[in-house]
Write a protein that binds this ligand. Structure first.
Ligand code: BGC
Length: 751
């Protein structure tokens, strides 16, 4: 209805402006004109009240356009793994529509684990098509916050611990989404690395760490991906909320990076009219201000950027220029999306989208361990026992705002049964433990009955009995997106698997030596049973095609090639943020959390520990075939920062199956005037090889690969001297070390 009214309004304008059709189209509606001309033209016709109206919500996920001018509004949706079901106008509750079921794509941890930017492009394109078909203009994702602690409840929505990997993976996702005329909204800018006290926690981090670890993903999203929107988060940085943070929004985002898109507040993350008005936030969503207290309805006119802002402008207390800038950015977004008449129509639940979800899932699953080549599970197994709640639980419902309503979801047990049947293998199932039986989020119900009356002891006894009668056991457990088990708003409470799963795994391993452990999580966890089982598979949250993607890997249709995007350390204390058990570092004291570990995040810290403190290192992942990484060659043994230096790495598939390997290049500065982590990922390349085949992987480095952020002059700096290029297939398996001399003068570059 609303849209029709807008079209009508637009056609009325044509009449008002003149008689001949060509001459009558106002500039802002004429899409042969440059966008900036159209934006300024539209802005010049808007009243102050109209400008105010377009910069805040009118419902849970939408904002109005300018009906009088025929300018449509904006419709946002979560993100980042699938397009969220529509909610009621003013509530989080789903609206109960029958045309809003989606394909759930694998969680972003899984995407990052593919180490394949091509998968990001397919992902972005597919989810962008779903959003476009549903008439959404802004997709609230992807998430690029760095994995600082394995307790962070939202790590599954992000891309791991390394800024370079994150930056490489986020760019094609954004470009893929935006090809559909849908804006990506990169979140949560910045330093939103924990859910504990997420609304208020004040992050204190040194400048160098901010720029080297926590900002590169956002910077790449803006500068290389060209993101049309970004979401400042809930937390504070240096005392100011992200949404009102001058440094983050004006100095860095809009200043240094030249962001021309819209900074959209996280839902309810705005706290003060004057501050947000002046410090670079453009749009306000999700506030719950009725002027008195937190209320039952949203009271949109009372938003900080609504009446209070209008009043401040009318009284001359706040300048018009900031409002003009915000409104212009919103108009630019509308013209890039809804008013782009050339954008494609999109599609939903297509075969291609399911195929993409399955492919990305299969490529992101990580084979952590595979003794005796027990996987793939064909061999001599005639009977397989599957154990574990995650084999039968829908995992697309729950976890917070990324919860979905799927058109279909193949469960792990179903996928395994189907694949096993093709090989004539019998599959039996035992529950093993009871985790979370609920299955509802914002009114979306899985409809599953997961109730169980047996005691924990009985469940284990029954599983053990069945394990003794099977040729192979596949345990499928992990976390499950319920509170404290990978969910928004709350962190995990500890590093271990919940619901007594360790005891179940131990019992199964004792009963059957062919016990394979598969975990579906968005986080690392402790594995006290690691040496007692022959195989471990990290499966993440895979979405609609979970069962098929898992079965593809377990039965060998897909040869695993995923690599961990974060370190799986032995214990919580093996992560720098927890090493000292210092509450100031996590979860924070008196509202402040201090990132005292600085640059030592993930492998940058664990590189300093004894190897036995790590279960599986960043970048680790096995295959059903074997590879040989050959002697790399350098295009030049010296480099002066101009152009690139290329490293050519021959890789041979030395096994008897087709497979893919990821060559990883880490840079090490031998001598520096400042502390530098032992090594840092600066290039990687994935190559698919037939048995016996050799191909070259070409990795290029430019000056940025050698630079650190100099806090004294805020410049990226390369000091001349000797570097080493470390080449291998995981952060702890380096096969070659090549010296490279950086010659010339001290190099300085601005952000
Ligand atoms: C989350 C965002 C999400 C928004 C809208 C917030 O609570 O932090 O990630 O996009 O809600 O659902």
């Amino acid at each position: 209805m609303k849209f029709k009214a807008e079209i009508l309004a637009a056609s009325m304008i044509c009449v008002v402006f003149g008689s001949s059709a060509e001459k009558t189209v106002p500039v802002y509606l004429d899409d042969s004109q440059p966008i900036e001309t159209r934006v300024q033209d539209a802005l010049s016709r808007m009243t102050t009240a109209e400008k105010i109206a377009v910069i805040h919500a009118q419902s849970k996920f939408s904002s109005p356009g300018v009906q009088r001018l025929g300018i449509p509004g904006i419709w946002c949706t979560d993100g980042p793994h699938g397009v969220r079901p529509d909610v009621l106008w003013d509530e989080w509750e789903q609206a109960g529509a029958t045309n809003d079921s989606c394909v759930a794509f694998p969680a972003l941890t899984c995407l990052a684990a593919t180490w394949n930017p091509e998968m990001s492009a397919i992902y972005g394109q597919s989810i962008g098509e779903e959003a476009r078909y549903r008439n959404k203009n802004v997709l609230l994702g992807p998430g690029v916050n760095i994995y600082r602690t394995p307790l962070n409840g939202r790590n599954f929505e992000y891309m791991g611990e390394d800024p370079y990997l994150t930056a490489e993976m986020v760019v094609p996702y954004i470009q893929g989404v935006q090809k559909n005329g849908v804006a990506a909204c990169v979140k949560h800018y910045a330093l939103n690395n924990q859910e504990a006290d997420r609304d208020h926690v004040n992050v204190l981090v040194d400048d160098r760490t901010l720029h080297e670890i926590y900002l590169p993903g956002f910077k790449a999203a803006v500068k290389d991906g060209g993101a049309w929107s970004i979401m400042p988060g809930y937390n504070k940085y240096n005392g100011d909320h992200a949404c009102e943070n001058h440094t983050l929004l004006l100095d860095i985002l809009k200043g240094d990076w030249g962001f021309d898109g819209v900074a959209i507040s996280d839902w309810g993350a705005v706290h003060n009219t004057d501050k947000v008005a002046q410090n670079g936030l453009d749009m306000e969503f999700g506030s719950w201000t009725n002027g008195l207290n937190w209320g039952a309805s949203n009271a949109y006119d009372s938003y900080y950027l609504a009446t209070p802002y209008l009043k401040a402008i009318e009284e001359g207390r706040l300048p018009m220029k900031d409002l003009d800038d915000k409104a212009a950015r919103v108009l630019r977004l509308i013209m890039r999306t809804e008013m782009n008449r050339n954008r494609p129509y999109g599609s939903m639940n297509s075969d291609e989208h399911y195929a993409a979800a399955r492919r990305i899932g299969g490529e992101g699953i990580v084979l952590l361990k595979n003794d005796r080549n027990i996987l793939p599970a064909a061999g001599n197994a005639r009977k397989i026992l599957v154990v574990g709640e995650n084999a039968i639980k829908m995992m697309t419902v729950g976890g917070g705002s990324s919860s979905l309503k799927v058109q279909r979801e193949t469960l792990p047990l179903e996928g395994i049964r189907k694949a096993a049947a093709e090989k004539g293998i019998e599959v039996v199932y035992e529950r093993g433990y009871v985790g979370d039986v609920t299955g509802e989020y914002n009114g979306v119900k899985t409809g599953q009955d997961l109730s169980e009356s047996r005691s924990a002891e009985q469940l284990i006894a029954d599983a053990v009995k069945a394990a003794k009668e099977a040729d192979m056991v596949i345990f499928i457990g992990g976390l499950n997106k319920s509170d404290h088990q990978d969910a928004e708003g709350v962190d995990r409470l500890d590093f271990s698997l919940p619901y007594g799963q360790d005891a179940v795994i131990e019992a199964l391993a004792a009963a059957n030596p062919n016990t394979v452990v598969v975990t579906l999580t968005g986080n690392a966890y402790s594995m006290p049973w690691r040496d007692k089982v022959p195989a471990i598979v990290q499966g993440w949250y895979i979405g609609s095609e979970a069962g098929n993607a898992l079965a593809d890997v377990l039965f060998g249709k897909v040869n695993p090639s995923g690599k961990l995007p974060m370190t799986f350390a032995k214990s919580l204390q093996d992560y720098a943020a927890h090493a000292k058990g210092d509450a100031e570092m996590y979860p924070g004291v008196d509202g402040d959390v201090k990132y005292k570990e600085g640059l030592d995040v993930g492998y940058r810290y664990t590189d300093k520990l004894k190897k036995d403190r790590i279960n599986y290192a960043f970048g680790h992942g096995l295959s059903y075939t074997s590879f040989k990484i050959g002697q790399p060659t350098l295009s030049s043994k010296t480099f002066d920062g101009n152009g690139n230096v290329t490293v050519t790495v021959p890789v041979t598939n030395t096994g008897d199956r087709e497979g893919s390997e990821v060559v990883q290049l880490y840079v090490r500065d031998e001598k520096s005037s400042v502390y530098r982590p032992y090594k840092e990922l600066k290039a990687f390349g994935k190559v698919n090889l037939a048995p016996g085949e050799t191909r070259d992987v070409k990795l290029t480095l430019d000056k940025d690969a050698f630079a650190f952020y100099d806090v004294s002059d805020k410049m990226w700096t390369v000091e001349p001297g000797r570097f080493e290029l470390l080449i291998g297939n995981s952060s702890d398996n380096i096969s070659y070390r090549l010296p490279l001399e950086f010659k010339g003068d001290l190099l300085k570059t601005q952000d």
